[in-house]
Ligand binder design. Structure first.
Ligand code: SAM
Length: 295
């Protein structure tokens, strides 16, 4: 029985990989954590307790999953790589509070999985050492699908963490920043060096924690349209807001009405998306909505 022997050490991880003859897949972002200290810091930052139910995206060989299972009430681990499922079944065999699901987290029906696995009246959080290639689509999905998740604690590339916590006027600030700040209050908990992974990634990582707001940060009349305006304002960073909106709202709002909407919202059309606050975007999308053609 291996239930009490930590997976996240270099020797145990190497041993598991070798014993199963497992070849790490770079295209799936398989950089496994081999540092217990970092795992404990993640658990602290995520505020995992015996009442917490946790979704983990990408358990790998179970390094983080195991630590979560020891501290939390229940863990739902979603892994895309079919070759990892038998390994996980073995490494996590001693834990009865883990459900392992083979699925692509970006495409999966997370709402259904959450409803099947957890008690919805108790706390549900998401904790993950995210494969970098899915960071943006997964976070967009987690934000917009209105899942009953109260807190997110994710490890991402340091540069993405800076983006998500970015302020208007900085080069980091983009559509993802706005979407996440609209729904949650993100903060960078700590930076993670490359040396704690097998294999070492090319860049540093950081752990972000974001709590869901009880109410979105600003009032928008049509959320889907607000997201469309935000995303459309950043399609080409070097272009002005007006030119980006002209292109992204083609067929929905006429060029004249975009100009009118900008004026009425008190926003200069020569500005760039990164110069607008979330409040500006709310005002602008509410104004443009008046002119939006019925689909
Ligand atoms: N949690 C482990 C750890 O911290 O050592 C592994 C983290 S590793 C950075 C990312 C994991 O996500 C890998 O196991 C990879 O196979 C898995 N993965 C990649 N794309 C995925 C997807 N679309 N859905 C679910 N899991 C995915």
């Amino acid at each position: 029985m291996t239930a009490n022997k930590d997976i996240a050490t270099l020797s145990r991880t190497m041993d598991i990989l070798k014993r199963h003859n497992f070849q790490l897949k770079k295209n799936l972002g398989q950089n496994f954590l081999v540092d217990l200290n970092i795992l404990h810091k993640i658990l602290e930052a995520a505020k995992v307790s015996k009442q917490t139910q946790v979704i983990e995206i990408g358990p790998g060989i179970g390094a983080l999953t195991e630590q979560l299972a020891r501290r939390a009430k229940k863990v739902l681990a979603i892994e895309i790589d079919a070759n990892l499922i038998p390994i996980l079944n073995k490494t996590l065999a001693g834990y009865e509070n883990i459900r392992i699901v083979e699925a692509d987290a970006v495409k999966a029906d997370l709402k259904a999985l959450i409803h099947e696995t957890f008690n919805l009246s108790e706390e549900i959080i998401l904790v993950a050492n995210l494969p970098y290639y899915i960071t943006t689509p997964l976070l967009m999905k987690l934000m917009t699908e209105k899942l009953p998740i109260q807190r997110f604690c994710v490890m991402v590339q340091k540069e993405v963490a800076e983006r998500i916590t970015g302020r208007p006027g900085t080069k980091e600030y983009n559509a993802l920043t706005i979407l996440i700040q609209y729904f949650t209050m993100p903060r960078l908990a700590f930076v993670v060096p490359k040396s704690v992974f097998i294999p070492k990634p090319e860049v540093e990582s950081a752990v972000l924690v974001f709590e869901r707001r009880t109410e979105p940060l600003v009032e928008v009349r049509d959320e889907a349209f607000f997201f469309q305006v935000v995303k459309g304002s950043f399609i080409q960073r070097r272009k002005t807001l007006f030119n980006n909106l002209k292109q992204s709202l083609k067929g929905l709002v006429s060029t004249e009405d975009i100009q009118k909407g900008l004026e009425e919202a008190g926003i200069r059309s020569s500005l760039r998306g990164e110069q607008l606050t979330i409040e500006d975007f709310a005002k602008l999308s509410n104004q443009l909505l008046i002119y939006k053609k019925k689909e």
